[in-house]
Ligand binder design. Structure first.
Ligand code: G3I
Length: 383
């Protein structure tokens, strides 16, 4: 397959490489005007997306879809692995590492001048450890073995990608919706220190990388205790001197508890601001790490759905970008048919969902416009 570099793509878009055959409806008409990456760059921000490889041996994987790749090259300045660095993909067993799928994304980003985020060194949630983990023999000194395993894992990943991954989701989703630390075979032996160890080892392995705690606590109803739990965890980490630089705010907005019929809830937004004030008050940065907008409860009509999704996105992003600490916005997939939401919490009418900036034919949607407008309206970020 012929791969275009970012530069070639831009030239193509400008009509400068007329001789390079591109099928009609290809690169040049994804969108008009500057890309989301260029808009973000002008403000000292970054725009990007999660990318999943799926089965690395299957050419049917969306990762090999030339139009999808071209869209990523045109729009994104940064990519993040959707699943490829998770333990259940990168660790076939206790001794082995498999970096093949992860490296496919790394290579694609490098070939096209894109930066990379790393997701995630420790998804501290029992469901997302590999199956072999539950039966692992921790021996007579289980605390020592748990620390050895975690240290080896974090060090191996961060050292491998040192200088190539500028920011890591060191720990992902360890606070449940009741505000408590999730229990796993690691915390069973190490307690909450499991979180500190992950941060310290990551820092040692790449002192220049940004290290985030990442979670889905949301501004919507039902996440108040999770917000509180995340804030308390961040406070404790800072008190203990763990090298945490910021909070990854996943931003899967419009989820089950959001009532579109009442519109953007300003009272609730005030509560969210208090949370963000407290987080930034700890001298932590904010990053939007997994943005998308769930349209499960919206009417079938596509125009209405897309408009509501875009309106909610604009209100939310304006709020988030009002914090100069928010520099990165990454979406969790660029096109609807690739979104994780297609297989989860299905719509009652059975219609496919529309949570991302592009539709299944890679046509830009009002959500893409809302993201562009919010970035344009943001103050430039401090250097
Ligand atoms: O690769 C296998 C494939 O071989 C198999 O045929 C197929 C059958 O189900 O499953 C495929 O694996 C799936 C994988 O995604 C790749 O598509 C897993 O079942 C599925 O559980 C997995 O879901 C991912 C989920 O995290 C769990 O790891 C989603 O793609 C991914 O978008 C989602 O991402 C999370 C973030 O990491 C953390 N925040 C929430 C976000 C959304 O849930």
């Amino acid at each position: 397959m012929t791969m275009l570099t970012r530069r070639q793509s831009l030239m193509l878009a400008a009509g400068g490489l007329a001789a390079m055959a591109a099928p009609r409806g290809f690169a040049e008409d994804f969108f008009e005007g500057p890309s989301l990456h260029e808009l973000a760059q002008e403000k000292g921000m970054r725009f990007g997306s999660a990318v999943g490889v799926g089965d690395p041996d299957s050419l049917a994987s969306s990762f090999h879809d030339a139009r999808y790749r071209e869209l990523l090259i045109r729009e994104c300045g940064v990519l993040v692995h959707e699943n490829e660095l998770k333990w259940y993909v990168a660790r076939p067993d206790a001794e082995t590492f498999d970096f093949r799928p992860a490296d496919m994304v790394m290579d694609f980003a490098a070939e096209n001048g894109m930066e990379m985020r790393g997701h995630t060194l420790l998804w501290h949630h029992t469901d997302w450890f590999p199956d072999w983990f539950a039966n692992h023999d921790f021996g007579s000194r289980p605390g020592t073995e748990a620390e050895r395993m975690l240290t080896e894992h974090v060090r191996t990943l961060v050292e491998r990608y040192r200088g190539r991954i500028y920011s890591w989701d060191v720990v992902n989703e360890t606070i449940d919706e009741a505000g408590r630390l999730r229990q796993t075979p690691l915390s069973q032996h190490l307690g909450e220190e499991v979180i500190d160890i992950a941060f310290h080892v990551a820092k040692e392995a790449d002192p220049d990388a940004e290290l985030l705690y990442n979670d889905y606590m949301s501004w919507e109803a039902g996440y108040e205790r999770q917000q509180e739990g995340v804030l308390r965890l961040l406070e404790r980490l800072k008190e203990r001197g763990a090298p945490v630089d910021g909070l990854g705010v996943q931003s899967h907005i419009g989820s089950g508890n959001y009532d579109y019929s009442t519109g953007f809830d300003t009272a609730r937004a005030d509560g969210w601001r208090q949370f963000l004030d407290a987080v930034t008050g700890l001298d932590l940065s904010l990053s939007i790490t997994e943005f998308d907008v769930h349209d499960k409860n919206l009417p079938a009509d596509i125009e209405t759905r897309d408009r509501e999704v875009a309106e909610l996105a604009r209100r939310y992003l304006d709020l988030m970008f009002s914090y100069p600490q928010t520099k990165d916005i990454l979406v969790w997939g660029m096109a609807d048919h690739l979104s994780w939401y297609q297989g989860m919490w299905l719509r009652e009418d059975g219609l496919p969902k529309r949570p991302t900036p592009y539709d299944e034919d890679y046509r830009p949607k009002p959500l893409r416009q809302a993201i562009a407008d919010a970035i344009r309206a943001a103050e430039p970020r401090p250097a």
